[in-house]
Design a protein around this ligand. Structure first.
Ligand SMILES: [Zn+2]
Length: 441
C-alpha cells in the first residue's frame, strides 16, 4: 500500500488524477491523504518515497479557478535530462533526483495528466470550428506538434518504472494491445428506401445527364438484383471476424437536422440489420444526433430508441460529427446510462486528443467529481485522412502506422472509426479499404 500525501486544496481534482495514474493505470494500491502544509505529491511506502512536485494547482491563487486560458501550458516540449525518458513537459521543470530510496521529480506529471484527461482547455477556449467543435488547431498538444505523443501513457510508463525500481511489488500489466473497430451508421443505404424524387435528385447531382441510370440503379437495388453501394456491413463484419474482432456499430436514434435524416431507427430493415449484427456478436451503440451534445433529454431519448429497436440495452456511444461540450456531454451521457463514450479524437488530426490510448473514467470539472463513464479515445477516422488532411492512401497508412506503434508500445486500444459509406466507389473511396485493413490486421 502506497500512502499518497497531497496538499489539502483542489482535493477532488488531485485525488482523481492520482487515482487514475497510480491505481487505474499502474495498478498500485494507494491511500490518498490530504494534508495541511503539504507542498507536493508524496508517495511513501516502507522506507521509499517518490515526490512529484506540484507546479500546477499550487500556482493558482487561493480562491481562484484554474479554468482560465492563462493556465494552459504555453509550450509543450520533450525533456532532455537523463532519466526522464523524453517525457513531455507541460508544467514544472526538468530537474530529477534519484537516490537509492527516493526519487524527486520536478515535472508535474499529475498536473499535466489532469490537463490532458479532463480536457479542461476545451471548456476554456471559446473559439470553435464550423460545427461548433473545439478545433484541433486550438489544442496545446497540436500546436506544439505533439498530437502523436500519448503524453499520459508516457507518464504512466515512467511512474511504473520508478515504482518497480524502488521495489514496489507492482503486478505485471494485464492490458494488451487491442483494436477496437467502430462504424458510425450515418447513412446505411444509398438508394434503399428513398422516395423517387430523392433518387432523381441524387442521380442528378452525380451526373445531370444520367439520372435515368440512377433510377435504374435504385430499382435494381430495391428488387435485390444489385447491392446498395453503401451496404458494406457484411464486408465490415467479415473483416473484423477474420481477426477475431467485433465491430461497434453506432446507430442514430433520432434528431431533426439535415445531418441525420437518412433512416429511422424503427424501420424494419434497420431492425433486421441490427439483429444480424448482434447475432454475430457485434455491438450496437448509439450515435447521438447532431444537436444532442448540449441536450440531455435528447441523448436519453435517442439512447432509449436504439435500445428499444435493437432489443438490447445500449451502453456505448459516439457523438455524431464528434460534437462535444466538455464536460457537459460526458455528464449527459453518464446520466443516460451510457458506460463508454468514444468521441474524443479530432476530426482534423488523427492521434491522441486525450494524451492516451487507454480507456479512463472521466472527471467533470464543474461538478468536481468522477463520473460513472469511461472515455475510450478515438485515434483514427476515415474522413480525417481524405477530407481534412487531404492525404493519399499511402500517406494515411504511414500515419496510421505511427499511431499503431504507440498504441502497441503502451498496450493501449486502437479505436478506429470507419463509416460504411467510406467504402463506396460511388463517392470515390476506391482502394481506401486498404487503410482499414492495415489497421485491423
Ligand atoms: Zn456520424
Amino acid at each position: 500500500m502506497i500512502k499518497v500525501f497531497i496538499p489539502d486544496y483542489f482535493v477532488p481534482e488531485r485525488s482523481y488524477i492520482v487515482r487514475i495514474l497510480l491505481a487505474h493505470y499502474c495498478g498500485a494500491e494507494i491511500e490518498i491523504i490530504p494534508k495541511a502544509n503539504q507542498e507536493h505529491y508524496e508517495l511513501i511506502w516502507d522506507d521509499k518515497s517518490i515526490i512529484i512536485q506540484d507546479h500546477f494547482f499550487s500556482k493558482i491563487p487561493k480562491g481562484e479557478s484554474y479554468l482560465e486560458a492563462k493556465y494552459i501550458p504555453e509550450k509543450i516540449i520533450p525533456t532532455q535530462s537523463l532519466g526522464l525518458d523524453h517525457i513531455l513537459l507541460l508544467y514544472g521543470d526538468e530537474h530529477l533526483e534519484i537516490t537509492r530510496d527516493k526519487i524527486v521529480c520536478h515535472v508535474d506529471m499529475f498536473g499535466g495528466a489532469f490537463f490532458m484527461l479532463t480536457r479542461w482547455e476545451e471548456a476554456v477556449i471559446k473559439v470553435k470550428d464550423s460545427h461548433d467543435r473545439f478545433a484541433a488547431a486550438s489544442a496545446a498538444l497540436v500546436k506544439s506538434g505533439n498530437i502523436l505523443r500519448p503524453v499520459v501513457d508516457e507518464y504512466t510508463a515512467l511512474l511504473r518504472y520508478w515504482l518497480l525500481t524502488l521495489g514496489y511489488p507492482l503486478k505485471a500489466e494485464v492490458a494488451e494491445y487491442k483494436v477496437v473497430p467502430t462504424c458510425d451508421v450515418d447513412t446505411p443505404y444509398y438508394w434503399r428506401n428513398k422516395p423517387t424524387w430523392k433518387i432523381l435528385a441524387k442521380g442528378f447531382r452525380r451526373n445531370p445527364f444520367r439520372f435515368r441510370k440512377a433510377l435504374k440503379e435504385s430499382k435494381s437495388v430495391s428488387k435485390g438484383e444489385a447491392q446498395d453501394p453503401y451496404d458494406k456491413f457484411e464486408y465490415l463484419m467479415n473483416l473484423a471476424e477474420k481477426s477475431g474482432l467485433r465491430f461497434q456499430f453506432n446507430m442514430i436514434g433520432g434528431g431533426k437536422t439535415k445531418y441525420e435524416r437518412n433512416y429511422h431507427i424503427d424501420d424494419d430493415h434497420i431492425k433486421l440489420l441490427m439483429h444480424k449484427m448482434i447475432a454475430r456478436g457485434h455491438e450496437v451503440g448509439v450515435h447521438p444526433s447532431y444537436a444532442s451534445f448540449k441536450d440531455q433529454a435528447m441523448i436519453e431519448k435517442e439512447k432509449a430508441a436504439v435500445s428499444n429497436s435493437s432489443g438490447i440495452q445500449v451502453t456505448s456511444s459516439r457523438q455524431h460529427y464528434l460534437r462535444f461540450d466538455i464536460p457537459k456531454t460526458w455528464r449527459y451521457l453518464a446520466s443516460a446510462g451510457i458506460k463508454t463514450d468514444s468521441t474524443l479524437g479530432y476530426a482534423a488530426e488523427p492521434g491522441f486528443r486525450c494524451g492516451t490510448c487507454k480507456p479512463f473514467p472521466v472527471f467533470d470539472i464543474y461538478q468536481r467529481e468522477e463520473l460513472q463513464l469511461t472515455e475510450r479515445p478515438l485515434l483514427i477516422m476515415d474522413v480525417s485522412f481524405r477530407f481534412y488532411k487531404k492525404y493519399t492512401i499511402e500517406q494515411s497508412i504511414a500515419l496510421s502506422q505511427k499511431i499503431i506503434e504507440q498504441a502497441k508500445k503502451h498496450n493501449g486500444e486502437l479505436v478506429i472509426l470507419w463509416h460504411n459509406s467510406s467504402l463506396s466507389e460511388i463517392d470515390g473511396w476506391n482502394g481506401w479499404n486498404e487503410v482499414l485493413e492495415y489497421a485491423l490486421h
